[in-house]
Design a protein around this ligand. Sequence first.
Ligand SMILES: [Zn+2]
Ligand SMILES: [Zn+2]
Length: 199
Amino acid sequence: MDVKKKRFGRDNAENSLVIRLKDLSVNEAEYRGTFLNAWLVTELGQAPVKPKPGAELAVILRASKQETTVLISGEMTTDLVATCSRCLSDYPFPVKSELSFVLIPKSDLLLAKKKVDETDGAVVETEASQEDTYTGGSIDPTPLIREQLLLLLPEYPVCRPDCKGLCAGCGRDLNSDACVCAPKNFDSPFAALKKLKLN
Ligand SMILES: [Zn+2]
Ligand SMILES: [Zn+2]
């Protein structure tokens, strides 16, 4: 197996991961790389899930080519920290995810779309429209990896399914503390009765 070891990341353009088509064949070539912590910090941005201090994203890709179709599979792993949307506490969010991409030349996709248009106008979901495309002689899988990573992140992370969250009144963490809100005059029959008695 043709093993290419590379270190890459947005903050180091020279080492960005590039898969050259001329290096690919029907046999898989393996690429290993690391997206640096700075890249993760930038890409996760305002998401409620952040990289652990110093954590990097490790990626292993196996790429092969059949005619003009490029098949990429592999996995990515990293250590993230999520902030619970209910109690605001941080909890570990390890990522270990399979990657699988099929890329066809952009020109082939345009051709496939045109064929659909020339039929009676019925909406036909072609296989090609499900695939990613490439142009030129090389593929940078960074956008594909970024998209897969962002898809894994919950919009509203929850530290555990039964997290009770913070009290909206006193702000106490109801998982560990009791609410200390002052009792209010609820509209209960007893409260109404008390008022009557006082009058
Ligand atoms: Zn929580
Ligand atoms: Zn409270």
